[in-house]
Design a protein around this ligand. Structure first.
Ligand code: ARG
Length: 621
């Protein structure tokens, strides 16, 4: 029996490269088989396009070069015999794979268990990978941007885990620094004045306070300048001076609060902790609803690095990695015009200082050889600076002397219909929770229509899964570094590359077995011989066989949309198979069993793939 466990492109590439070497022994260096899937069925399943470029190297007509390759290539176990008729046009070699080879490949997919299930090849070298995700900020609601910062890196983490890597999730919580001190100070006043009861405090209220505190510390320097420049008179000048001195006072007070936080002042820390708890409760509630694997244990906020920052800067100055520049401390990063600022001239530390400490902890303490940041693309420069500075400092150095891979899995912006960042009509950020509610409500309407046979409770569950799947899937299936327009109608459609369509495809692979049981036709398929004859069966088998490679490409590229594209192609191939090949009423028993088994494997790949993306699924809908 033919052995065809791996993906066809790889096997064909090996075979053709061997043939090219045998046919043209004089060609030194790399030869490329240039195997690609054929675009039209009359050109077979795959093509080898090597003859054209090879002819330029060895001389002669491409068609003759193709003939020479055909004479040498051995595909007898996997493809229909090649002949002169297999050569098309200037020298394309058309390859038709044998059904039995594909069948044995699919059976092989079904033989693996655990991580090796479904044709997945577990990583031969297991890496410890830190995945930076979620990263919410204290006293702020999760908004639509956190959909991306949660869902994308969680999917990347799941893919790495699926391949057997050790993943450590880290949520780099924005829980430190002056803005946090401002809101802490403000809340303290409100509590002390009895205007707020701690148990009645909500994240909404905190967010308002956060904004107020910021505004209160904002000195109107522009206004001041205008007053002076245009000579607006002593009254206006006095008013603005008052504003500036009031804001300066507030600012100074916030700095005092920060100092108290830094010195672990009990009363101040207690208020900070209250803000922390309220923020995290809401955050965990949201990520749980999102089916994202983010828990309190994954939280490693900026505050956890605060005591490391002063020694870190000192270390860098001592080792001359950093230098003083006009009172500030900077690290110059080779290849970057803007240096990385790690201490301001007023002594304050920065976002980049904390990220350098985080890299050091992740590589030196947590043992990561790869760190992946699922963060907004607008922070690209920040990460170039922090990565470059950390590497220069040796913080990313591994025991073998190489540096850990630091990767920014950058994502674009979610846009509204007007093509601008998605906001509410009043210009505020859209709360993530409200978006989830709306998706689920809309899904509910669709489910009521389609699944009227189910109980109220069941429909509620289906709608929750469909709504969440729709929102997550649209985010994951968009090319991550690009912006996309948020559109409920599109993401909730049951046709096209959408979450609901994939859930529906999965349900179809399952419902056939319920029907089979009703008709008493469900025996004997589990170990049935798989027969691949019809074009739709062949297309389905070819798609199934690509699963493991797709996961590898996501792990390597950190691009979950590749898995989405694949699952959509699989669902489409399945749908064509289902339309064109009778399953329960197949012409004979053997074909029925083979097709049932194909349905089962397809269903399991869809479920495995959706699970690996973190998309919730349903058994029926
Ligand atoms: N809290 C940050 C923000 O809202 C995101 C943190 C990203 N992670 C990091 N290691 N810098 O922008």
């Amino acid at each position: 029996m033919a052995i065809f466990f791996d993906d066809p492109v790889q096997v064909l590439t090996q075979r053709f490269e061997a043939a090219i070497r045998a046919a043209f022994p004089a060609v030194s260096g790399a030869v490329e088989a240039l195997i690609s899937p054929s675009r039209q069925p009359q050109f077979g399943d795959f093509q080898c396009n090597a003859a054209m470029s090879l002819a330029k190297v060895v001389g002669g007509k491409p068609r003759d070069v193709a003939s020479a390759i055909v004479a040498k290539v051995d595909l007898s176990d996997i493809a229909e015999p090649l002949s002169e008729k297999s050569i098309a046009g200037p020298g394309f070699i058309n390859i038709v794979l044998r059904g039995d080879a594909l069948a044995s490949g699919v059976v092989g997919m079904d033989a693996g268990t655990g991580l090796a299930a479904l044709g997945v090849v577990p990583a031969s070298k297991v890496e410890t990978v830190v995945v930076d995700l979620c990263g919410v900020n204290l006293a702020k609601q999760m908004h639509v941007g956190h959909l991306r910062s949660t869902v994308i890196p969680d999917a990347i983490a799941r893919v790495l885990e699926r391949l057997g890597h050790k993943v450590i999730r880290q949520s780099h919580l924005g829980d430190w620094g002056l803005p946090i001190a401002m809101v802490t100070g403000k809340l303290m006043e409100e509590l002390n004045a009895g205007r707020i009861k701690p148990e009645a405090l909500t994240l909404d209220r905190l967010e308002v306070m956060y904004r107020e505190a910021q505004a209160e510390c904002e000195r109107d320097m522009k206004g001041m300048e205008a007053v002076r420049r245009y000579g607006l008179g002593p009254k206006a000048e006095a008013e603005l001076e008052a504003q500036v001195s009031w804001a300066t006072e507030n600012f100074t007070r916030a700095k005092g609060v920060l100092l108290k936080l830094q010195s672990h002042d009990k009363a101040t820390v207690a208020v900070w902790q209250l803000i922390y708890d309220i923020t995290m409760r809401a955050c965990i509630e949201t990520v749980t609803r999102l089916h994202a694997n983010v828990t309190l244990e994954h939280t490693a906020g900026e505050s956890t690095y605060s005591e490391e920052l002063a020694p870190l800067v000192r270390d860098l100055l001592d080792r001359k990695v950093a230098e003083v520049d006009q009172g500030a401390v900077v690290v110059r990063v080779p290849g970057l015009e803007v240096p990385c600022l790690i201490r301001k001239s007023d002594g304050g530390f920065l976002y980049a200082t904390t990220d350098m400490a985080a890299i050091r902890r992740r590589v030196q303490k947590l043992g990561a050889s790869r760190v992946i940041y699922g963060v907004d693309i607008r922070q690209s420069l920040h990460f170039q600076q922090a990565f470059g500075a950390a590497i220069k400092a040796g913080y990313a150095r591994l025991p073998d002397g190489s540096d850990a891979k630091l990767e920014h899995a950058a994502f674009g912006t979610v846009l509204g219909n007007d093509g601008r960042p998605f906001k509410t009509r009043s210009g505020d950020n859209v709360k993530l929770w409200d978006l989830l509610d709306e998706a689920v409500n809309r899904a509910r309407a669709a489910v009521n229509e389609r699944s009227s046979g189910f109980s109220e409770e069941e429909r509620g569950k289906i709608a929750e899964a469909v709504g969440i799947a729709a929102i997550k899937y649209v985010d994951l299936s968009s090319e991550r570094s690009k912006d996309y327009v948020f559109d409920f109608d599109r993401m909730l459609a049951f046709e096209g590359n959408t979450g609901p369509y994939l859930l529906y495809a999965l349900v179809r692979t399952r419902s056939i077995f319920r029907k089979a049981a009703e008709e008493k036709l469900d025996g004997g398929w589990r170990d049935a011989a798989i027969v691949i004859k019809e074009p739709a069966e062949k297309a389905l088998a070819l798609t199934l066989l690509r699963y493991g490679k797709v996961l590898e490409s996501v792990a390597q590229s950190t691009e979950p949309h590749r898995l989405c594209v694949y699952l959509f192609e699989l669902a489409t191939a399945f749908s064509a198979f289902f339309d064109q090949c009778k399953v329960l009423f197949a012409p004979d028993e053997a074909t029925r069993r083979s097709r049932l088994r194909l349905c089962d494997i397809t269903g399991r790949v869809l479920a495995d793939g959706l699970g690996t993306l973190g998309i919730p699924t349903v058994e029926r809908m």
